[in-house]
Design a binder for this molecule. Structure first.
Ligand SMILES: [Zn+2]
Ligand SMILES: [Zn+2]
Length: 593
């Protein structure tokens, strides 16, 4: 019996509802108000303020299935389990239940709902360090659930510790963290590959073991002297990849053969004329992953460009196109758009219902971008043919600036009786990759909001700006997004009329008046209908639960928001708008600091 992804979602939802959990609406794939990350990379991202102590409007027991994207995994796509886009199934306890309930319930979910055979499940727990004792409690709970000791492995803080800063020694004083416990599924049909070590074990990378869920237990706080003491409120943060749980439920080691990918793979086979077998497998996996991720990124409002999310989208589409070229020697913009339509959108039509309306947008964006890429490639090929002596470094420059695949350059070069020095090419390639890894490590780090004092001040200022723009420019004005760093805030908004420089000046003046009035900033948790009735501003792209948190700045501004904020506007200090520009049709952007 195969399990479909729709069945898995239903089981998960019912399971947590029966145990008193409320569903937290998912956040957009491109997060708002979070300057530290380009994409939503985990289910817990939106829950950070609540895990740190803010009350959540839906209560203390929560769950959801969050679409996520991790750009840093792009180079790993091609094996049986890594993808850039994935959905994270999560449940949370905010200071209510802890290890015993969490581990027991997850075990029940795996063995009773998904009917996974117990003998194929393996566990990892925290082995402890000098400062922090090992997680004996979890070890004993797993044993009491019937897991044999030979299936429970102990790992150090590099594998089984969670904090926003990583391992215990990197945590600043006051930072919460704790041990975690993972569950692995063993695909007995996969032979261990000695390339990954003499012996196979749950954390081996050969593909025999798949991590299918991780329960994080936030129970400690780091003291200024480097020791750890227990937190008064202990939290559980669980995350498990939907694609991986689906693979385990079907005893299918290749997630690309489960129904979150199988139709996409079929359409790629149709258009490429190549079967999903042998040396084609890696290329087809990359195409399937990248087209799926691109589709969801386009649906969250991103368009291809040379920076930020737009650059990631462009890179995904070009990488997919190059793999297709490798498979069948052609670049096919329309066929690519069809993979997104008949493959991706169809697979998820019962999950993300609003997607049907946006089909045409997705197809248009993909076709348009790949048509442009085709032209770029043609131009690159002409340039390339003009070069007399091709070396590895030049070849790399072409690869880098035009995305010209090395195989194609090789053919050209061969026609001229030349050889590309692959060693030189690879050296340049690796050097570049190291550089971009370092850059992306900063850019994509974990996706946890930076909550420095300055970003909290700027964020609170965006509430004021939002209301003042509305008052000055008219009631059709609405916020389109914001982005905050420690140095400045950026605010995007829709306005049917272009703001004049005088109006922008006026906005600045009123914002500063409100700051000077020292208005209190407070929140209330209330039913969404009541908040709407009050006229609280909401973000139109966001879905909200039936209970919401509304922040009030005096009686001047009311806005749906999770926080955190300053307590009084006087803390914000003076705000100056230093740039105002048009960024699209009826779309404007301002910068302030
Ligand atoms: Zn192995
Ligand atoms: Zn806010």
């Amino acid at each position: 019996m195969t399990m479909t992804h729709v069945q898995l979602r239903q089981l998960f939802q019912k399971f947590w509802q029966e145990r008193g959990h409320r569903e937290v609406p998912t956040i957009p794939l491109v997060p708002q108000n979070d300057p530290t990350t380009l994409f939503t990379g985990s289910g817990m991202q939106q829950l950070v303020p609540y895990l740190l102590g803010e009350p959540h409007p839906l209560g203390k027991k929560l769950y959801n299935i969050q679409p996520c994207f991790r750009a840093q995994d792009i180079e790993e796509v091609g094996d049986n389990r890594h993808t850039t886009f994935f959905e994270m199934m999560g449940n949370w306890s905010l200071g209510t239940y802890f290890k015993k309930d969490q581990l027991t319930w997850f075990w029940q979910f795996l063995t009773e709902e998904l009917k996974l055979p117990k003998e194929k499940l393996y566990i990892s727990v925290f082995a402890g360090t000098k400062e922090i004792s090992e997680d004996k409690e979890s070890y004993e709970i797993w044993k009491s659930l019937g897991v044999p000791e030979k299936h429970i492995f102990k790992y150090g803080p590099d594998k089984n510790w969670w904090s926003r800063a990583g391992e215990p020694q990197n945590m600043p004083a006051g930072e919460p963290g704790g041990p975690d416990s993972e569950v692995f599924y063993e695909f007995t049909q996969v032979e261990h590959d000695k390339k990954f070590g003499e012996k196979c074990h749950p954390n081996c990378d050969c593909g025999r073991f798949l991590e299918i869920g991780n329960s994080v237990f936030m129970e400690y706080k780091k003291n200024p002297d480097g020791t750890f003491s227990p937190l008064p409120n202990k939290n559980v943060d669980f995350g498990g990849g939907l694609e991986r749980l689906l693979a385990a439920a079907n005893d299918e080691p290749d997630i690309f053969k489960t129904d979150v990918f199988s139709d996409i793979v079929k359409i790629i086979e149709r258009w490429s004329g190549k079967h999903y077998e042998g040396e084609n497998i890696r290329s087809i996996r990359v195409i399937a992953d990248h087209i799926k991720a691109s589709t969801f990124i386009i649906l969250s409002g991103v368009r291809p460009s040379n920076k930020g999310q737009g650059y990631v989208l462009r890179r995904l589409l070009r990488r997919a196109a190059i793999k297709m070229h490798k498979l069948n020697g052609r670049l096919t913009p329309h066929e690519f758009a069809n993979i997104a339509d008949e493959g991706v959108l169809k697979t998820y039509e019962n999950v993300y219902s609003d997607h049907q309306n946006t089909r045409e947008t997705v197809m248009f964006v993909i076709e348009d971008e790949l048509n442009k890429f085709e032209k770029t490639l043609d131009r690159a090929l002409r340039e390339f043919q003009k070069i007399d002596k091709i070396n590895g470094k030049i070849a790399f420059d072409f690869y880098q600036s035009y995305g010209l695949p090395v195989e194609i350059m090789h053919e050209l070069a061969t026609e001229k009786g030349q050889v590309i020095n692959l060693k030189e090419f690879l050296e340049a390639f690796h050097k570049h990759r190291e550089l971009s890894r370092t850059a992306s490590a900063g850019m994509f780090k974990g996706g946890l909001a930076d909550q420095s004092e300055q970003t909290i001040k700027y964020h609170t200022a965006t509430h004021l700006i939002n209301q003042v723009l509305f008052d000055v420019l008219g009631n059709e004005v609405r916020q389109e997004g914001s982005n905050i760093t420690g140095e400045r805030l950026r605010f995007d908004y829709y306005s049917p009329v272009k703001p004049t420089p005088e109006q922008i000046k006026q906005v600045e003046t009123i914002v500063n008046e409100k700051i000077k009035q020292a208005l209190p900033v407070e929140f209330k948790i209330m039913p969404k209908a009541e908040a709407d009735k009050l006229g609280a501003k909401s973000f139109f792209r966001e879905k909200y639960p039936e209970m919401v948190k509304v922040y009030f700045i005096g009686i001047y501004s009311k806005e749906f928001c999770g926080g955190p904020h300053v307590k009084n506007t006087s803390e914000i200090g003076k705000i100056s708008i230093f740039k105002s520009e048009k960024v699209g049709s009826n779309l404007y952007r301002l910068y302030a600091k």
